[in-house]
Design a protein around this ligand. Structure first.
Ligand code: PEP
Ligand code: MN
Length: 343
């Protein structure tokens, strides 16, 4: 069972709830988040049955949920959630288009990529300042300097920013600049990092681990939620397969399935799935058709000189084609497309 405290609940309200649980023979786990405090209850069926926490002062909601992930489960949620990032909605009624460079390289490259994204109709800018690279010899990102560039470009181009944080120690500094914190595939089960972003008070994009099951992915989201942050967007970015000609395999089943298991929005990243430009638009179309709540792609003004993932970055005709897909397909599925082709 999970007990969600009202934002106005006092410390005394929380300790009364704990006393109530313990008096009934249960164990209480208190997570104090920035936004709300959550009390997890562990106990036998008998214990849970006799608990009557609903009427206690400061209690907003009590939930009996059978799924192993409680706060992110679709159980007890009549409607899927809409998460807002700098005012931009990501959820079941809209379709959100996120674009930008894989990595922040220079101020000029970042502003050019952001303008490309905006012209194509994107309403959020992506870009990494901390890059988790397979090789220690590859470009690792500009760190805080990259965050400053992103913040300047956000102000200039007027697009809220999504950027990755790779280390729990950097969560504070990244939060000062970002509108949304991204957890990359390699860190999906970095539990200390998940707890730190859960406490940061910013929306989080949680990418699926490249070998993670749906349940493992949702349990990772639960770590964030348990710290009181339910502003989580899940991102399917491809899983490991035996096929060498594509980098990863975009799992479109994940979109439809996880939307049944969880109330959280689910988007797709066809760029990191394919690893090659010519597949990005077809996979984006597949993701939209499967019901994704948004798409995130890499764009770059000069992919041939990109320091990271140039082979998958869109530009020119392919980006125009993607812009058409994100504008025309979502309305067929009853969604308002946040993206509009620039005139
Ligand atoms: C990224 O989005 O820049 C990234 C590194 O993605 P992933 O974690 O999915 O590889
Ligand atoms: Mn990348």
């Amino acid at each position: 069972m999970v007990i969600v405290m009202a934002p106005s609940a006092s410390d005394t309200d929380v300790s009364n709830v704990v006393t109530h649980i313990e008096a009934h023979g249960g164990q209480a786990f208190v997570s104090r988040g920035v936004m709300r405090t959550i009390v997890g209850v562990v106990g036998t069926e008998d214990v849970l049955e006799t608990l009557d926490a609903d009427g206690l002062p400061g209690v907003a909601e009590t939930m009996r949920i059978t799924a192993p992930y409680k706060l992110v489960s679709a159980q007890n949620h009549a409607r899927r959630t809409t998460v807002r990032v700098g005012g931009v909605p990501i959820g079941p009624d809209t379709f959100t288009f996120i674009a930008g460079p894989c990595a922040v390289e220079t101020p000029e490259q970042t502003v050019e990529a952001a303008r490309m994204a905006k012209r194509a109709g994107a309403t959020l800018l992506r870009g990494g300042a901390y890059k988790p690279r397979t090789s220690p010899y590859a470009f690792q990102g500009l760190g805080v300097d990259g965050l400053r560039i992103l913040a300047e470009v956000r102000d200039e181009v007027q697009l809220p920013v999504v950027t990755e944080v790779t280390d729990a120690n950097d969560v504070d500094v990244v939060s000062q600049y970002a509108d949304m914190l991204q957890i990359g595939t390699r860190n999906m089960q970095n539990f200390a990092l998940l707890q730190a972003v859960g406490a940061a008070g910013k929306p989080v994009m949680l990418k699926r681990g490249l070998t993670a099951t749906y349940e493992e992915w949702l349990m990772a989201a639960e770590y964030i939620a348990q710290r009181g942050n339910l502003d989580i967007v899940l991102c399917e970015r491809g899983i490991r397969s035996f096929e060498p000609s594509i980098r990863n395999l975009l799992d479109v089943s994940a979109v439809a399935m996880v939307q049944r298991l969880s109330h959280l929005p689910v988007i797709v990243d066809p760029s990191h799935a394919a690893g090659r430009r010519d597949l990005v638009v077809p996979l984006a179309r597949a993701g939209i058709a499967a019901g994704a709540d948004g798409v995130m792609v890499d764009v770059h003004p000069h992919p041939e000189t990109a320091l990271c993932d140039g082979a998958q970055a869109l530009f020119g005709e392919a980006l125009d084609e993607l812009a058409r897909a994100v504008t025309t397909i979502p309305p067929l599925l009853g969604r308002t497309s946040a993206a509009h082709l620039a005139g």
